[in-house]
Design a protein around this ligand. Structure first.
Ligand code: MG
Length: 312
């Protein structure tokens, strides 16, 4: 049975490089905010409401954790087997749904707007993760994970390759920005939005994180930013204001479970050990200095001495 650290500093927060020391608070520890999910993903912070939403995919629900009381309650059930969540630049919730094979936006009155569900007359696979650029464009990955079985969605035939898309929600235009990756998954922009990082979940022999230069509405100069190595399973990721990448990690070997942190040069500088594999994370709290980690059956949090990028 996992227990939070009783003494500071929390040994779960580990510097792999001296440059990580500045991000570690000596008197902050990993907290478990909730357990009881089947598979947690897609955390997103609502500072105005002081709550965090995240997806519990097999249970077909989005949960809400309240910062003031610590209470957890269903936010949306059924959720269409929702996976990745984020907010657009007007603060509206944007969600990837495996069940509906679509990306939706939740309006201020609570109604849903379908932003994307097909390309070239064919149904999307199962949108997985999503990020919104400062110009309002919505970038999302579309692997087949959510239509591969009946646990995180409903089994169905794929009609399209596994692309990454850019959606202009005002014009309603959907464009491919990366064609046919092997399991495109989490994605995020660097702080100045000059680089987009994309996790390739089914790359062989190892998972990897690709980096691209953002050029206008598209991407160029694909390169391998991180080779995750044997057993390394990055899924979702977010940047802090210094350009470090905080990546959900784990599976297969428990010593890998948690969060890996890489600097903008691709060097592993730190990690947060968790007792469960972490899929996705986000920054939250008033100063965006609290890391929320959606990890298998639980939700964890940790205050750190940096801030997430605005809009992450
Ligand atoms: Mg994902």
């Amino acid at each position: 049975m996992w227990q939070p650290a009783e003494r500071y500093p929390d040994p779960a927060i580990e510097a792999l490089d001296a440059s990580f020391e500045r991000y570690r608070l000596f008197n902050a520890a990993v907290e478990r905010l909730y357990t009881g999910c089947r598979w947690s993903e897609g955390p997103v912070w609502f500072g105005d409401a002081r709550h965090l939403l995240w997806s519990d995919i097999p249970n077909n629900r989005i949960l809400k954790w309240d910062e003031e009381t610590g209470a957890v309650a269903p936010y949306r059930a059924p959720s269409g087997y929702a996976n990745g969540n984020t907010r657009d630049r007007r603060g509206r919730l944007v969600t990837c749904e495996h069940g509906g094979r679509r990306v939706t936006r939740t309006e201020p009155d609570g109604s849903l707007t379908v932003l994307a569900e097909s390309f070239d007359g064919k149904r999307l696979n199962s949108p997985n993760d999503v990020v919104v650029k400062s110009d309002g464009s919505i970038w999302f990955s579309d692997p087949v994970f959510g239509i591969a079985g009946h646990y995180e969605g409903e089994r169905a035939e794929s009609e399209l390759p596994q692309h990454v898309y850019r959606l202009d929600p005002d014009a309603g235009t959907l464009e491919i920005v990366v064609e046919d990756l092997r399991g495109p998954n989490g994605l995020c922009f660097s702080p100045d939005e000059s680089v987009l990082y994309i996790v390739e979940s089914r790359a062989a022999p190892h998972r990897r994180i690709l980096a691209y230069d953002v050029v206008g509405r598209g991407l160029s100069n694909q390169r391998v930013f991180i080779d995750a190595g044997p057993g390394g399973t990055p899924d979702g990721l977010r940047c802090d204001v210094d350009g470090n990448l905080w990546c959900g990690w784990g599976m297969g070997r428990d010593e890998l479970d948690g969060v890996m942190v890489f600097n903008a040069g691709g060097r592993a500088i730190g990690r947060v050990r968790l007792p469960e594999r972490c899929a996705n994370l986000c920054f939250g709290g008033k100063a965006r200095n609290r890391l929320f980690m959606a990890a298998s059956r639980s939700l964890y949090a940790l205050y750190i001495n940096t801030q997430g990028v605005v809009g992450g």
